[in-house]
Design a binder for this molecule. Structure first.
Ligand code: ADP
Ligand code: MG
Length: 236
């Protein structure tokens, strides 16, 4: 990586807008969200259901295109490019853990990990077996997604997200369905990634995840504010 790219933040979003039109109605999911996340940081994104968290994450990952504004990864513009270019940039720089899961159902966990490693030049930093070991699934590499428990599925999804040693890790409610022991282990794996120099963004409702984060961003009606959502915390 050249020195200029090194000096850029891992992830920078500027004035993101996203609106959806259905018939005569317009829904503003994001209204001018800006955020910068540096390597080594864990940022939690919180906010009520429908506040725009998943939309924000999809725009940061280049899975969705913002209606306005832009996302940069290490200075490379991700937004307003062809789908092919966004896919290439995502494969190189981003690991995504979606609410819907990121494992293809007909492939084993090991093959799900290998799949993204095929598209990127050079040897992966960690091979599939090392990643399985990292997330505590060395015995389950041959299993299909439907043969895993919820906690195993979350850890397998994390191994897939880490397959290409991405600089940026984006997770949408990764611990939403987990018991507290499994939640702790997934959060520990994610924050260890930040300590290893990645930028980690976690959309979450979990107070544990919020406590572990270096910073918290609260979304309300598509608008972001820095800091913890005191009203939500007091109410819960
Ligand atoms: P959150 O993840 O915080 O629950 P979302 O980002 O999923 O919120 O949604 C934000 C807003 O955008 C909601 O009002 C939702 O109904 C709307 N929305 C999300 N996706 C679509 C879509 N594909 N079409 C229309 N409206 C959408
Ligand atoms: Mg959501």
């Amino acid at each position: 990586m050249n020195a200029r790219a090194e000096a850029e933040p891992a992830l920078c979003a500027r004035e993101l807008y996203r609106f959806y039109r259905s018939g005569d109605e317009e829904v503003f999911a994001l209204r001018g969200v800006s955020l910068t996340v540096d390597a080594g940081e864990t940022v939690a994104v919180v906010g009520p259901s429908g506040s725009g968290k998943s939309t924000l994450l999809a725009c940061l990952a280049g899975l969705d295109e913002p209606s306005g504004g832009e996302v940069r990864l290490r200075g490379h513009r991700l937004s307003h490019r062809s789908e092919w270019e966004r896919t290439r940039l995502r494969a190189q720089h981003v690991g995504v853990l979606l609410q819907s899961g990121n494992l293809l159902p007909h492939l084993s966990v090991r093959d799900n990990i290998r799949l993204p490693q095929h598209g990127v030049p050079g040897r992966p930093a960690l091979c599939a077996d090392e990643l399985l070991d990292l997330v505590g699934l060395s015995e389950r590499g041959h299993a299909l997604a439907r043969q895993l428990s919820g906690g195993q599925l979350a850890r397998a999804g994390l191994a897939v997200a880490l397959a290409n040693s991405p600089a940026v890790i984006l997770a949408d409610e990764p611990t939403g369905e987990l018991d507290s022991t499994t939640e702790q282990s997934v959060l520990a794996l994610l924050t260890a990634q930040a300590q290893a120099g990645k930028a980690v963004i976690i959309v979450t409702h979990s107070s544990r995840a919020v406590r572990r984060a270096d910073r918290v961003i609260t979304l309300a009606d598509g608008i972001a504010t820095a800091g913890r959502d005191e009203t939500a915390r007091q109410a819960s």
